[in-house]
Ligand binder design. Structure first.
Ligand SMILES: Cc1cc2nc3c(=O)[nH]c(=O)nc-3n(C[C@H](O)[C@H](O)[C@H](O)COP(=O)(O)OP(=O)(O)OC[C@H]3O[C@@H](n4cnc5c(N)ncnc54)[C@H](O)[C@@H]3O)c2cc1C
Length: 222
């Protein structure tokens, strides 16, 4: 899809051939997780391999889990996971963790495995073991990863919307309007709190703001 800013609004052209003009644009194209490059992950992702502790952490409160990230990032993730889950092992998959970071984990009773991971092994979506290039396998029920995400669509960039340091589209929190007048945002595109409830709430706020802007355009005050 292509959308371009023109005086008084926007012109759009969709992949299916539909085209036209509009005075407002609502961006809600979401984001895509950067899946860790781990053998066997595809069959497990979304069932026992997760990216969001807020969404899935509670279910594993009494189960053995892994915090997965490269380098120092694994420290913060593993410590955060300990708020919900007693049995956490941090895995840095062949990347180095500082002595200070390793000490923070040790103080909290979180083991650290730094060996490269060779495979995630499980069945029917359920993780069973993590295999390493050397050393014994690790029996685990789930793996949580922190390897980032990226915008699904570059439309906001092409429209010239300002993005923050995390790649989220900067919006006015009152109206969900982006820095380009007439462009509104709902959901993960802003990379604020990445949850369904937030996406719904932002969609509702943006819809009301768009409606009010159209009323103002038609000569009716708020
Ligand atoms: C595996 C997984 C589990 C999750 N679990 C939970 C949970 O338990 N609880 C919770 O609150 N949240 C959960 N989330 C997060 C939640 O799904 C998102 O926060 C929410 O869906 C964001 O809504 P959205 O509308 O912004 O984006 P999305 O739901 O991602 O929708 C964006 C849509 O835009 C489409 N799109 C993208 N680019 C284009 C384009 N160029 N043209 C046309 N269409 C396009 C996409 O195909 C998609 O359909 C989970 C996410 C994942 C990936």
């Amino acid at each position: 899809m292509d959308v371009r800013s023109v005086p008084g609004g926007f012109v759009y052209a969709c992949a299916d051939g539909a085209s036209g003009t509009t005075s407002k644009v609502l961006l809600s194209s979401g984001i895509i997780d950067n899946l860790p490059q781990l053998h066997g992950i595809e069959q497990l992702y979304g069932i026992s391999v997760h990216h969001c502790l807020y969404c899935d952490g509670f279910e594993y409160a009494a189960k053995p889990v892994v915090a997965y990230a490269k380098g120092e990032k694994v420290i913060g993730l593993a410590i955060m996971m300990r708020h919900w889950i007693a049995d956490v092992v941090a895995c840095s998959d062949g990347s180095e963790v500082s002595r200070c970071g390793a000490e923070k984990l040790r103080q909290r009773g979180i083991p650290l495995r730094q060996e490269p991971i060779s495979a995630l092994v499980g069945a029917n979506g359920r993780l069973a073991e993590i295999h390493f290039e050397w050393g014994p396998p690790l029996v685990r029920d789930a793996l949580f990863f922190a390897t980032g995400s990226h915008q699904s669509s570059d439309l906001s960039e092409r429209l010239g919307c300002l993005r923050d340091e995390n790649g989220g589209v900067v919006t006015n929190p009152e109206t969900e309007e982006a820095t380009i007048p007439g462009v509104y945002v709902a959901g993960d595109v802003s990379r604020d709190v990445l949850m369904i409830s937030m996406a719904i709430a932002e969609g509702a706020k943006a819809a009301v703001a768009i409606n009010k802007a159209l009323l103002r355009r038609d000569g009716f005050a708020d």
